[in-house]
Write a protein that binds this ligand. Structure first.
Ligand SMILES: Nc1nc2c([nH]c(=O)n2[C@H]2C[C@H](O)[C@@H](COP(=O)(O)OP(=O)(O)OP(=O)(O)O)O2)c(=O)[nH]1
Length: 132
């Protein structure tokens, strides 16, 4: 990975054959587009720890990273996205605290939402994991 870029990590949280996607509210150019919940890795933080922290903040739930989808995709000139596979580790439903909507998509529904561009190359890998 290009060390000059800040790492952004997203979580493909899988439950019952569906994956969670979340709709952004900011910035204006990304509002209404769908993403994997997550965020920027802080200095000295592992990608896994960043995801656990971000998912707790954004969705109020605990996750465990079970693997990573292949690839890393530039976001603009300063960031780079990787996407983990994750599972919920406690009962209860995620709660959209920073997004305005969340959805659990089946493999057949993966293309039904308007994903942020950098997320799209991960969808074929996710489709394979979900068994589509
Ligand atoms: N979280 C997330 N960000 C994504 C995805 N795809 C994508 O292009 N991005 C972009 C949107 C933002 O420009 C950037 C991540 O910003 P963020 O706002 O989620 O990160 P953060 O929570 O750490 O935010 P902040 O504290 O710096 O405000 O990466 C994705 O699937 N998940």
């Amino acid at each position: 990975m290009d060390a000059a870029r800040i790492a952004v990590v997203g979580a493909a949280i899988v439950r019952g054959g569906r994956v969670l996607t979340a709709r952004r509210t900011t910035p204006p150019e990304a509002a209404g587009r769908w993403e994997f919940p997550g965020g920027k890795v802080e200095p000295g933080e592992s990608p896994q720890a960043a995801l656990v922290r971000e998912i707790r903040e954004e969705l109020g739930c605990a996750v465990e990273v079970t693997g990573w989808l292949p690839g890393e995709v530039p976001i603009g000139e300063r960031h780079v996205l990787t996407v983990a596979l994750a599972v919920l580790t406690e009962d209860g439903d995620p709660d959209a605290r920073e997004h305005d909507e969340i959805r659990w998509l089946t493999v057949a529904e993966l293309d039904d939402v308007d994903w942020l561009e950098p997320d799209r190359p991960f969808l074929p890998h996710l489709r394979a994991v979900l068994g589509g």
